[in-house]
Design a protein around this ligand. Structure first.
Ligand code: F6P
Length: 363
């Protein structure tokens, strides 16, 4: 009898709506159509290093399309090439990739499917270079992944952020206040730009365009003169003033990318209130953007990408990620994906359109 092919699925990095939808798509197609065996690796690369995994049956992945988070667990710190081991209060980093690779070899996999953002897929690329057949799937609310126009999770995050801005709008107007909404996005401004435009933000501040506080204050005053006695500022967590720096919320010592951003909205709020004399409040949306069910768009995207991953396995297209370019599915080499984050280009049509409507970008 022909031996069943076996694949494993791993989810790494920050969770986001749509991960379970993609796990479902990969596993269902593998089991249903290809008669493959599916293994779920637990807690991202921790599961590879420590041999923690379980078999996924059809029933395990049925009924999870709309479920937020990841049924497999994830990790933002586990990296087999730079693995943090706690010694007392300190972390020591070790290269445990040989152990990780042997553990994968022992699983006798046709392919390791890595669902993740830039960090996870960079590690996937290293594993590929070390001889492991891998395929990547583009996940992150930040949409900052190279080689794809869009990642699943992004549309859901934009939708949640937009709802937040809509709700802030009414209270801002009632109280004649400046309301600042800080959104995640890491070092890229995709979420702030899209939700800022969708929510009709008066001022949108993204990392790619360092802001001048005086220009923001002028914009607010100008609106007041025109009878608009409130203003909405949407600011990306990675935004920074001209000549200034980002605001760091915490350092996660055990992480290869230890900086966690957050708090720039409060800094801006204090300054803006001082300059304009207008009462100002700040709301940080934070991890809210990563929770709950995916939007229909993300469910569809995750389903298409997941199904495509199985075709790539059949065609032995290892070392590649499935992405989207101009509304079509494409395969992109992980080498390209691992080149670093995709930030908002300054000539992005949405920036141009928003500017033409009077939106201020703080420059
Ligand atoms: O990459 C997803 C993301 O949510 C970023 O937008 C944010 O900067 C970071 O993760 C937050 O990380 P943590 O979950 O460790 O707080």
């Amino acid at each position: 009898m022909k031996k069943k092919k076996r694949i494993a699925i791993l989810t790494g990095g920050g969770d986001c709506p749509g991960i379970n939808a993609v796990i479902r798509a990969v596993a269902k197609k593998a089991i249903n159509e290809k008669n493959m065996e599916v293994i779920g690796i637990e807690d991202g690369y921790h599961g590879i290093v420590n041999n923690r995994h379980r078999k996924l049956e059809y029933d395990d992945v049925s009924g999870i399309l709309t479920l937020g988070g990841t049924i497999l667990g994830t990790s933002k710190t586990a990296n087999p090439y730079h693995y943090a081991v706690k010694k007392g209060d300190q972390f020591k980093f070790q290269d445990v990739s040989k152990i990780a690779i042997q553990n994968i070899i022992n699983l006798d996999l046709t392919c390791l499917v890595c669902i993740g953002g830039d960090g996870t897929l960079e590690i996937a690329y290293r594993l590929f270079k070390d001889g492991i057949p891998v395929i990547g799937l583009p996940k992150t609310i930040d949409n900052d992944l190279r080689g794809t126009d869009i990642t699943f999770g992004f549309d859901s995050a934009v939708s949640i952020a937009t709802e937040g801005i809509d709700r802030i709008h009414t209270t801002a107007e009632s109280h004649h206040r400046i309301m600042i909404v800080e959104v995640m996005g890491h070092r890229a401004g995709w979420i702030a730009l899209y939700s800022g435009v969708a929510g009709g933000g008066d001022i949108i501040l993204i990392p790619e365009i360092p802001y001048d506080i005086n220009i923001i204050a002028e914009k607010v005053k100008e609106r007041n003169k025109k009878g608009k006695r409130f203003s909405i500022v949407v600011i990306a967590e990675g935004a920074k003033p001209k000549g200034g720096d980002i605001v760091i919320q915490r350092i996660v010592k055990e992480s290869s990318d230890p900086i966690r951003l957050g708090g720039i909205g409060f800094v801006l709020g204090e300054q803006i209130e001082k300059i304009t004399g207008i009462e100002t409040r700040t709301v940080v949306m934070g991890h809210l953007l990563r929770g709950g069910p995916p939007t229909p768009f993300d469910r569809i995207l995750a389903t298409e990408l997941g199904a495509q991953a199985i075709d790539m396995i059949e065609n032995k297209k290892f070392g590649y990620m499935v992405g989207v370019k101009s509304n079509a599915l494409v395969t992109v080499s992980l080498k390209e994906v691992a080149k670093g984050p995709k930030v908002v280009p300054l000539n992005h049509p949405m920036i141009k359109a928003a500017r033409s409507l009077g939106t201020c970008f703080g420059d």
